[in-house]
Ligand binder design. Structure first.
Ligand code: NAD
Length: 325
């Protein structure tokens, strides 16, 4: 596997997670920074012939030691590099959000289909035990039908010069970056696709958040009658998933970060191990390739969230209830 973009997530989460993987290993890197190439080459014993930059990227096609390319670049670059990796004949893992528009997501799915390669999105929480339990409790109606979900994720963003505040590179603000986890949670707790959304925006720092959203609130309506209310923000830390059902409730907090989840239900605490979900996700993707089965976190799953994200932006902008296609 080759990692593309050696920033925070690749360095601190994915490369260490790969060291524990059973079915894949780090065999290549793509970086525009020569100093990182040297450091990674030494630390992970990656030969020079397996190190690429953004100009030489397409030559990865000739490297038989790289079967999977993992895109860990700013969101606005996901589509281009996913499509180039597919055209190079490599299976693709791409970080969330899948891209910055529905149109890009569709082009990525088409490119992977045409190339005959698999595509999966970095929705690591599908491999995390507390979140899997939330799926089981909700979808399995263990406490009866889910009635109301509150799912929120936000953090206080620092440096005003980072790509996350640049519309072209980020696609949007808190919603694209971390609000997407709350959308995912509402969908995997109910096991349903939302029909419609209403949304409201709050902006307290119009200079820092000139190009992207700072805080958004939204409400989703599901076919069963379940409703979900969410907040995402770059102004403060918030991280929770709460679901109340006909005969009880369950919650996770922290719910989405990678420092360990905790959870409880109306019957008591949850007791699951803290694991490295990224390792499980990467091994699972190898299994999808080897056994030619679809990934639970496929490109189609990324596309569904992007349709909801676009609907939330439209609802916040117009003040109308927006139907989700
Ligand atoms: P980062 O800024 O730390 O890393 C981005 C990398 O891209 C850097 O190495 C940078 O040098 C490189 N890059 C190449 N071209 C660039 C350009 N034109 N502008 C800016 N950087 C450029 O970001 P990150 O936090 O590692 O996030 C990368 C991706 O991973 C994002 O899509 C993010 O949403 C995702 N992510 C996912 C999780 C998760 O838990 N699944 C966590 C963090 C980040």
């Amino acid at each position: 596997m080759a990692l593309v973009g050696l920033g925070y997530y690749a360095t601190n989460q994915l490369a260490p997670a790969l060291q524990q993987a059973q079915r894949c290993r780090l065999t290549g890197i793509v970086t525009g920074t020569p100093a990182k190439a040297d450091a990674w080459s030494q630390q992970y014993a990656i030969p020079r012939s397996h190190i690429y930059n953004y100009e030489t990227f397409d030559q990865i096609a000739e490297n038989p030691d790289i079967d999977i390319v993992y895109i860990v670049l700013p969101n606005g670059m996901h589509a281009e590099y996913t499509i180039r990796a597919a055209q190079a004949g490599k299976h693709v893992l791409c970080e969330k959000p899948m891209a910055v528009s529905v149109q890009e997501c569709e082009a990525m799915i088409a490119a992977c289909r045409e190339a005959g390669v698999k595509l999966s999105i970095g929705y690591r929480l599908h491999f995390e035990p507390h979140n899997r339990e939330a799926m089981r409790l909700g979808q399995g109606q263990v406490f009866g039908a889910v009635k109301v979900v509150e799912a929120s994720f936000g953090f206080r963003i620092g440096n005003p010069d980072q790509w996350r505040l640049d519309k072209e590179l980020a696609g949007g603000g808190a919603l694209m970056d971390v609000g997407i986890y709350a959308i995912q949670a509402a969908r995997y707790v109910t096991g349903e696709e939302p029909l419609s959304v209403t949304a409201q925006e709050a902006k307290t720092d119009p200079v820092k958040f000139r190009e992207v959203d700072e805080t958004l609130f939204w409400q989703l309506e599901f076919p069963s009658g379940a409703v979900a209310a969410s907040t995402t923000t770059y102004a403060a830390n918030v991280e929770r998933l709460f679901a109340t059902c006909e005969r009880g409730w369950f919650e996770l907090g922290p719910a989405y970060g990678y420092d360990g989840q905790r959870g409880r239900t109306s019957q008591g605490p949850m007791d699951f191990p803290i694991i490295t979900e990224q390792t499980l996700q990467m091994d699972d993707f190898v299994d999808c390739i080897v056994n030619d089965r679809p990934s639970e976190v496929s490109g189609e799953e990324g596309l569904r969230d992007m349709k909801i994200i676009e609907a939330i932006y439209r609802a916040a902008e117009t003040g109308d209830k927006v139907m989700i296609a």
